[in-house]
Each structure stands twice: as C-alpha cells, then as structure tokens.
Design a protein around this ligand. Structure first.
Ligand code: ATP
Ligand code: MG
Ligand code: MG
Length: 383
C-alpha cells in the first residue's frame, strides 16, 4: 500500500490519519512527543524534532507524499522533504501563513480582485515605526508577526502609550498593529486545491470565540448574511489560486456591523472550525487533505446535515471549585445527533483542546436545541 506522512502529531494529524487509513493508506507521523494524539493511532511513528535531518530523511524514505498539520512546522523542513517527495502545502505557502506581515501583504494583493481586504494595519519592527502609526489604527490590536495562536501574542491597545508598552512587553519583535473593528460575526471558509488547480469549497462556517479560542462553530442555511457568504467563498478561492496553493486551506473572516467583510488570517491546513465536516459532510476536510496529497480526484463536497460543533477545552475537566471531574459523557451521548470526538490527550489543562462534540440534524432549530442542551450539561455558557 502507498504511505502518507504527516509532520505534527496533534489532533489535526490524528484526524488526517483516520481519513488516510480509511482509504487504505499506511501512515507515518513525525512528532517530538511520544504520546502525541496522531502518533498513537498511526501505523508508524517517528519521535523527533521537526528539524532533525536524519528523521526527515527517514520520513521521506518511508512515504510517497507528505503533509503537515502544525502551523509552525519549520518551512525549511518542508522544503527539505520536497527535494525528494511531493509535499503539500508548499514550504513557501506555509512560510507566508506563518508571518502575519507576509500574510496581510498577500491578502492586500488579492483584495483588488476579490474586494475583500484585511483590517487597516501597520507593520511595527522598530521604535521609528511606533512613532509613525496613523491615529486611525487606535484603538487597535497588536499581534506578533510570528507564533501567535488562540489569541496568544496579542494585546489590545487604546492609545500610543499602551501600544509602546505592549510592544516592549512582547520583546520588541516584529508585529502588526490592526485597527480594532466592530465585529458582527466571525466566519471561516475551507477550500481544497489539487495539483491540477481544481478547487472545491466547504460551506461558510460561523465561529464564536471565547477568550481568543474557538468555542462554537455553526454551519447551516442562513447562518450568515448571504452576501458575506458569497464574498467569503470567492475571496478564499482567490487567495488559494494566487498562492498556487495545493492542499487544504482555511481563511478566517470578520463580518462587520455595517455588513462588510474583512479577511483576518489563514491556516495552511485543516482547521478547528472544519471539524463538523467529519459528521455533517460527505467528504470531510481531512478526506480532502488526503485527496490533495495523494493526487486523487476532488469531488465537490456536500453538507448533508445542519451542524453545530462545541469545542471541548480542558476547563470542562474541572469543577467550579477547581476539582478534577469527568464531563457527563453518558448524558451527552443520550442526545440525538451527538458525535463525540476525543483526542486521546491524557492531561487536561485549561484552554487545551481535548476534543469536540458535533451535533447534526435536519435543520438549524433541531441542532441548536441539542447543542444548547449539551452546553447546559457541560456547564458551558449558552450562545
Ligand atoms: P487562531 O487561534 O485562530 O490562529 P490567533 O491567535 O492567530 O487565532 P486572530 O485570529 O488574529 O488570532 O485573533 C483572535 C481573535 O481576536 C479573533 O478571532 C477576533 O475575535 C479578535 N480579533 C482579532 N483581530 C481583530 C480586529 N482587528 N478587530 C476586532 N477583533 C479582532
Ligand atoms: Mg492564527
Ligand atoms: Mg484566528
């Protein structure tokens, strides 16, 4: 059988492995952590640092094609693997997504065609840049150019003094300052693009974040204004095409209170907001990742059920007074249309993604009712 490799052993890698194995592929996972969620379900596991040259050579030797599930995998490692094996997405695309300065420049260059621009922003790399920040960007959000996720590496700043202090606290690294926008909704779009340039899209997902972390994704007819849905879909295709992207790409957007759409950031891989596709679509984002990697046809995916996904963060493993507890799985699984996914992480920590719970049903009303019951059982805030 053919063998597919993945750099990174987190939950995204685990679900990629499940999808690859369903099609009969052997899998190899490379990750530094011996107990990684993907490593534990893969046929083969290489425990090594992502930069370990010997381990990368071994991965290439054992696989027919290689992908990544981890946003901050060194782009040089992908480039090294690509010398001997098909690698998707390409190192260059991953490098752009890893750097908000390059990412925003790419979005801005696509905006002429798609009409969807990033938030007004300025690059801050030194003291002089701080002084030249236009007043219109304040209040704003300062974001490190590299390595931020789940709202980490960000600071909300109201004025120039707070901006300077926040930049110092971040160690004076390269950052972008974005204007604080009045958001009505957040959403994301996942596309898969093959080596032949064929693109297929999944439906637009409406996302609710809490404390900078995705909490709830809702996907059904009417979840967002129709105009925003159309714009988000076409902007995502344009962003993928302009990169000559191969693989699964997720782009995040804001819908502003005046109805206009703004592009926020992209992930060069399947995305937490696309986990519902496993249960609610006839091809999941991980099936599409396998197909783009293996050069298989990309049939247009169809959502067959309305869906709501609740992220299960480690917080749910603790009671209000901080005592460890087990979430009420039996009660949750008694709800019709519940699909529970746990990632096999042994230690629950606050803010750590332990699993997710998707509800599928015939329409928005049905899935909302079940998902709200589940939220109440879990002690999660309603949405
Ligand atoms: P992820 O975990 O999705 O990679 P991240 O840490 O890279 O997140 P962003 O997506 O840039 O960070 O921002 C996190 C959240 O902060 C957004 O989902 C949104 O709720 C809020 N946010 C970010 N930028 C802005 C902005 N310009 N105006 C208003 N809110 C914003
Ligand atoms: Mg991000
Ligand atoms: Mg984000």
């Amino acid at each position: 059988p053919a063998t597919l490799g993945v750099l990174g052993g987190g939950q995204l890698g685990r679900m990629f492995v499940h999808a690859a194995q369903a099609l009969g592929y052997e899998t190899v996972v490379l990750d530094p952590d011996a107990g990684s969620p993907a490593g534990r379900v893969s046929h083969h596991f290489i425990q090594a640092d992502y930069r370990d040259e010997n381990a990368l050579r071994e991965l290439a030797a054992r696989c027919h094609a290689i992908t990544t599930e981890f946003e901050n995998v060194p782009a040089e490692s992908l480039a090294a693997l690509a010398a001997t094996r098909p690698v998707s997405p390409a190192a260059e695309c991953v490098a752009i997504a890893q750097d908000r300065i390059r990412e925003k420049a790419h979005f801005a260059s696509c905006a002429t065609g798609s009409g969807v621009a990033p938030a007004p922003y300025a690059v801050i790399e030194n003291e002089a840049d701080l002084g030249q920040v236009p007043a219109v960007l304040l209040p704003g959000i300062l974001k490190t150019a590299r390595l931020g996720y789940d709202g980490k590496g960000q600071a909300r700043v109201a004025n120039r003094d707070e901006l300077a202090a926040a930049w110092q606290r971040m160690g004076g690294v390269a950052c972008v300052l974005e204007q604080m926008l009045p958001l009505a909704h957040e959403c994301s779009v996942i596309v898969a693009r093959g080596r032949d340039g064929q693109v297929v899209s999944l439906p637009v997902q409406r996302n609710l974040h809490r404390d900078g972390i995705l909490a709830v994704t809702e996907v059904y007819e009417g979840n967002l204004p129709e105009i925003a849905v159309k714009q988000a879909q076409s902007a995502t295709v344009a962003i993928a095409n302009e990169l000559n992207y191969v693989g699964v790409l997720c782009v995040e957007f804001f819908v502003l209170q005046n109805g206009s759409l703004v592009v926020n950031e992209m992930a060069p891989r399947p995305h937490n907001s696309g986990h519902y596709t496993v249960d609610a679509c006839d091809a999941s984002q991980f099936d599409l990742q396998v197909r783009t990697l293996a050069g298989l046809p990309l049939a247009a995916p169809r959502q067959h059920s309305a869906a709501i996904m609740l992220n299960l963060l480690g917080d749910l493993w603790f009671s209000a007074d901080g005592q460890p507890r087990t979430p009420p799985w039996r009660d949750l699984l008694a709800l019709p249309g519940a699909h529970l996914h746990l990632y096999g992480k042994t230690e629950a920590r606050r803010g750590r993604k332990m699993g997710h719970l998707t509800f599928t049903g015939p329409d928005a009303g049905a899935v909302r009712q079940r998902a709200l019951q589940a939220a109440a059982l879990l002690g999660m805030e309603a949405f």
